[in-house]
Ligand binder design. Structure first.
Ligand code: HEC
Length: 105
């Protein structure tokens, strides 16, 4: 009985630790910073989202797109020559929040 409790606790710890560590909370401000960051997604050509979408221009309706994460990653992999961001990361959540905020102006 006691053994199983210990095992259960250990399992919980393993599951808990396998989640990404949220060092910083996702925010619109962080999203904006990343949008202007030429190192986003480990970009190989030092291009930022802002080069083609100055101040988020043209993305006002993108926040309503159910494929937003996919579109962001498409632009990271394509124009930025970077690596896809996991949906759960603070960076992706922040980028989404920033783009969603553009439609609310
Ligand atoms: C080299 C230019 C370029 C760069 C850099 C770029 N994009 Fe794009 N992006 C485009 C083009 C072209 C399209 C497709 C046509 C359009 O919507 O203007 C597009 C489309 C999108 C869309 C979909 C728009 C919609 O209405 O659904 C999103 C969201 C987006 N980009 C986000 C980003 C993000 C975030 C970054 C930075 C990681 C980025 N883009 C970097 C050129 C670029």
């Amino acid at each position: 009985m006691r053994k199983s409790i210990v095992f259960f606790a250990a399992s919980c710890a393993v599951v808990f630790m396998s989640f990404p560590v949220f060092a910083e909370d996702a925010s619109v401000e962080l999203g904006k910073k990343l949008f202007n960051d030429s190192g986003l997604g480990a970009s190989k050509n030092s291009t930022s989202c802002n080069v083609c979408h100055p101040n988020g221009e043209g993305l006002q309706n993108a926040g309503k797109n159910p494929q937003l994460t996919k579109m962001i990653n498409k632009c990271i992999v394509g124009p930025l020559q970077g690596e896809k961001l996991n949906e759960q990361t603070v960076a992706m959540q922040s980028l989404k929040m920033y783009i969603e905020s553009l439609g609310k102006k």
